[in-house]
Every structure is written in C-alpha cells, then in structure tokens.
Write a new protein. Structure first.
Length: 394
C-alpha cells in the first residue's frame, strides 16, 4: 500500500532531500502536495518531475503564474495559495514533512498534528515557540511525531522504542547533543566581528538553507536544539549536554544509568534521518553513501565555548524562564539573522540584539496558539525597533 506525503517547504534543502528519498520508493510513497513561499520556478520544476496532486504558494499572483505554466506543460497538478491551503494539504496526507524554515511552519505543522498524521519534524522553530502546547496536541490527536533534525533523530534511535513518560523510566541519565561548532569554532573574537554572510553560510560539514547556516555559525542552532530536545524527550535542560564534535559523524548520544553510552553514526547527509522518519519502524535505502570509518580516521570532542557563542546561554536562559520566552528568543533571532544576511548588522550583533529584545519583554504562560503568535509579533516589533535605533545612532 502506498502512503501519501505532503512536503511543506519542498523547494528548500530538506524539501529537495525528502523528494529525493521519496522518488526512490514509488511502491511505498505517493506525493500528495508540495509547497513553497515564493520560488515558483523551482516549484514548477518539482511539479513537472514529481507530479504531486497539489502545489501551494504563498501569494495569488505566484499561484496564477504556476497554474498557467503547469497547464502549458500539460502537468495535472492543482495549484492553491495562502495559509488555509497550506493547512489543508498539511492535514490531508498520511505523512507530512515539516520543512518550512522559521515560525511560518507553526500553524501548518499544528494542522498536521491536529489531524493525527505522521509528522516528520525538520523545522525546529515551531516546537521551540510552542513546546508544551505542541506536545499536548500530539498526545491528544495521536499524531506520530518523528524528529528529523539529525541530532534528535539520532537520540530517538538511541532510546528504547517506548521512551515516552520521562527519561528516568528507561534508565537514561543524559542526552549528549553533538555540535559541529560551525565554521567559526576556532576563530578569534576580532575575526568574528568581520564575518560576512557568505562565510557564515559555508558550513564545513552540512549543506543547508541560509537561516539555519547562520544559526549554526552563532550556535543559536544548538541553543534551539537544546530546547527542542527538552520537549521531544521530556528532558530538563540540565539533562542535555552539548558536546562539540567537529567531524559530525556521531549525530548524538544517550547516556544510561549503567554507564552505557549509545551513539548513532553516519555520514552528514539529511537523507538518513528523512528516510528513518518516512519508514519508521522499518528501514529503507536513502542513497546515502556507507560510512567509511577508515576515511573518517578520528572522532574529536570538546566543550562548547560559552564566551564566544553567547547564543547558547541565551537559549538556556529562555528555556528556564519558560512560557513565551522561547517564542521571543526565536522571533528576535529570526529578525537578527535576516538583518545580518541583508548586511544591516555585523555577525556579533546577532546575540546582542536577541539579548536586548528578551530583556525588554515580559513573559507569561504560553498556553494558547494566540498568545504564542502574539509574542512572536511583539518580539519582531521590538527587534525591528532596536534595529532602527541602531541604524539611527550610526
Ligand atoms: P531552506 O531555506 O532551504 O528552505 C525553506 C523552505 O521553506 C523553502 O521551500 C521555502 O519556500 C519555504 N518557506 C520559507 N518561508 C516560508 C513562509 N513564510 N511560508 C511558507 N513557506 C516558506 O531551509 P532548510 O535548510 O531546508 O530548513 C528547513 C527547516 O528544517 C528549518 O527549520 C531548519 O532549521 C530545519 N533543519 C534543516 C536542516 C538542513 O540540513 N537543512 C537540518 C536540520 C533541521
Ligand atoms: Mg541539527
């Protein structure tokens, strides 16, 4: 029996890797829908090649363009646009890959969760923003939530099948979250002041979208992943240890009370966790090359440098404040990263801006989607005002 799949964010790095794995298994998977924000030409090529039933873009004008192009090319894909259409395709396939970048993934991913789907969670921002609410919705709907972020997918593979209900119950004492350290792991603070967007996006091990590449360079990515791990595995922040491992061959580990440490290894290629999520509890070929340990040679480990990477501290603080603080952290970071990519602020202004925004906001409980989205908007306003103030002061 084939299963239907919707890929949210199909034109991105995770989206195209997902389509690559799906195309290897036409006997197992049938593409229901693909979505993108505005890259209509790329979405057109995907539709021509993969022939989904539906394609969704953000704006009506792009959707009209795509519909005409598809008609001319004799491709029968139906075209829709806007958030309601996004939520509809998210709720109507058996498997949903959540690979939109940023807070924009929250509403459609929750739509998939509420429909009780198998949700492959690559996007981390949605869970960071809405942790408790998101996990409650998963429990209530019976959705099957499978982590795709490579570290969390690794931890999932290192835990016993039935790990819900707390780590202690299955004898796990710590989760060891590995980090490559990004492209600037060994750079001096003076050098960090000069970093350009292209340098920040040139990750040594992984090829990824620009936003997550900058997050890896500031290590905010690891901060967001710490919060993600706490929610996914019902862990306290103290139970999650960050271990810098520059080769990115061990994708993360679980430490047990008897002294065992279980690790998941592989080449740094997102098709491994994607294939794992698609087929779980079975295993399928993903096209990933076998790991050559002799070529790898060695595995190194270091403690993270908290002084050089203040984003790690900011994320830990937001998680211990709780409530709407992680949503504010995420929103401020999205604004700061966009400003850095647009060359409006230097690299080291990213953590400074995030810290200023967090200090200016009051945090309360995050018990409804409305209050989470309200904090997201408010933090973006404050961050934008901070940026303008910075520019006015020269
Ligand atoms: P990307 O920038 O390559 O692709 C993003 C996709 O989302 C595109 O299809 C884009 O059209 C769509 N999109 C962007 N903004 C949108 C909006 N406002 N509304 C609707 N669609 C929108 O990003 P990526 O690197 O593939 O990352 C996607 C997500 O997966 C991120 O949350 C990232 O943190 C996470 N992730 C990525 C990797 C990786 O290796 N790339 C690894 C782990 C986790
Ligand atoms: Mg990751």
């Amino acid at each position: 029996m084939t299963q239907t799949v919707t890929v949210l964010g199909a034109t991105g790095s995770i989206g195209t890797s997902t389509l690559d794995v799906i195309a290897r298994h036409p006997d197992r998977y049938r593409l229901h829908a693909v979505t993108a924000r505005s890259s209509r030409q790329a979405l057109f090529e995907l539709c021509r090649h993969h022939r989904p039933e539906v394609a969704v873009l953000d704006h009506a004008e792009d959707a009209r363009w795509l519909a005409e192009a598809l008609t001319r090319a004799d491709v029968p894909t139906r075209v829709a646009h806007g958030e309601a259409a996004l939520c509809e395709v998210a709720a109507s396939a058996e498997i949903v890959m959540s690979a939109i970048v940023g807070a924009a993934a929250l509403t459609p991913t929750l739509a998939a969760v509420r429909a009780g789907r198998r949700v492959l969670l690559a996007n981390k921002e949605a869970l960071v923003m809405s942790g408790a609410l998101f996990m409650r919705e998963v429990a209530e709907s019976g959705a099957v939530l499978l982590p795709i972020d490579s570290e969390h997918n690794a931890i999932f593979q290192c835990l016993p099948h039935h790990h819900r209900g707390g780590l202690e119950r299955c004898g796990v004492t710590r989760l060891l979250l590995t980090a490559s350290g990004g492209p600037f792991r060994q750079w001096a603070p003076e050098q960090l002041a000069q970093v350009t967007p292209d340098q920040a996006c040139a990750h040594p091990n992984w090829s990824m979208g620009r936003k997550i590449s900058v997050d890896s360079a500031t290590m905010m990515n690891k901060g967001l992943e710490l919060i993600e791990a706490c929610w996914l595995f019902d862990a306290s922040p103290e139970q999650v240890e960050i271990v810098v491992h520059p080769q990115s061959v061990i994708h993360s580990m679980a430490a047990y009370v008897d002294g065992s440490v279980i690790a998941q290894l592989g080449n740094p290629d997102m098709r491994t966790p994607i294939g794992h999520g698609l087929a779980w509890p079975e295993r399928i070929d993903t096209g990933v090359a076998p790991l050559d340990l002799f070529a790898t040679g060695r595995l190194d480990f270091e403690a993270p440098d908290m002084a050089r990477f203040p984003c790690l501290r900011l994320a830990r603080e937001a998680m211990s404040t709780g409530g709407t603080a992680p949503a504010a952290l995420n929103a401020a970071n999205e604004v700061a990263v966009a400003a850095f990519l647009a060359e409006r602020i230097p690299f080291m202004a990213i953590p400074t801006l995030v810290e200023r925004v967090l200090a200016r906001l009051e945090h309360g409980p995050a018990d409804s989607l409305e209050c989470i989205l309200a904090m997201d908007r408010r933090a973006r306003e404050v961050a934008t005002a901070e940026l303008e103030r910075r520019e006015q002061n020269g």
